[in-house]
Design a protein around this ligand. Sequence first.
Ligand SMILES: CSC[C@H]1O[C@H](OP(=O)(O)O)[C@H](O)[C@@H]1O
Length: 363
Amino acid sequence: MTLARAAGNARRTIWATGDGGVEIIDQTLLPHSYATRRLGTVADVAEAIKVMRVRGAPLIGATAAYGMAIAADADPSDAGLGTARDTLFATRPTAVNLGWALTRMMARLAGAGPADRAALAWAEAEAIAAEDVALNAAIGDHGLALVETAYAARGGTVNILTHCNAGWLATVGWGTATAPIYKAHAAGIPVHVFVDETRPRNQGASLTAWELGEAGVPHTLVADNAGGHLMRRDMVDLCIVGTDRTAANGDVCNKIGTYLKALAAHDNGVPFYVALPSPTLDLSLGSGDEVPIEERDAAEVTELAGRTADGRIETVRIAPPGTPAANPAFDVTPARLVTALVTERGVFRPGELKAVFGGTLAA
Ligand SMILES: CSC[C@H]1O[C@H](OP(=O)(O)O)[C@H](O)[C@@H]1O
């Protein structure tokens, strides 16, 4: 199994092919197989985001940015770029990085003549991707201090619980919630991660477990419903999760089930941290109540895909045929349940975000 690696960080999820396309890791195939996939048209990019070949707020943003570069190659006119932007924006509603990246790309290209737009677009998409890696590495550095504090208090292995996948697979590199974990592991601090399976798409079981296994980070996969029990038994030193959109007041929108973990952490005095790169901060929202929550296909709840003993990928039903199912893909954790947000500029309480980031977000 070969992995795409970029200098300076362990792994990379998307890269320009140099022939007008990009290549991604097709995350719908993990953990049972590893394959990359070339995206050569805006339709390819939109499909990859929609069906979650790429997913995770920062990676969605970077992929959309590359999609605009592909669009600029095909039709750099105002109309052509506008159509591409609308197509990409319509793929998934919750991660603010999608809109942020598209807005940044359109602003970068607006002032240029059509003939210059493709080169500018590719350069801006590369800049967004490179910035993401740097932001996440900085989150790792600031989060490392939190793990060191937990290590000093525990006097032994630091047990961390995470939900969904906010790893390097959710970003261009490093991950957000996993960056402090990778940095601590590299620094020789004994860490162990409880990995929430994260129904119904099982990003924890399929992606985080795969990532941590690849990196040699000790981990234990657990059912989503186990987290409260583990915290009540003093088996978790801290929780750290990602976010898809954090409001100005520090309300955190993240994968469905995050709120329940935050409630359990609050009830048991377990620090609950959110890794937040600034492009995922939506200062236009006063609270998380305004975040659009994606409703995905009910089949994600009533069906399950996996590998048979003889290596075939099969999908099976886990509910009676015709069972109605609801599938909200995200929930909102109120700021009162968030201990702190680990950003590229430091660790802040929810109430500090506006003062720290009010003027400028990532370039
Ligand atoms: C670092 S953001 C990762 C974030 O994205 C995931 O959602 P999805 O897999 O549906 O794109 C989940 O909310 C993660 O926390």
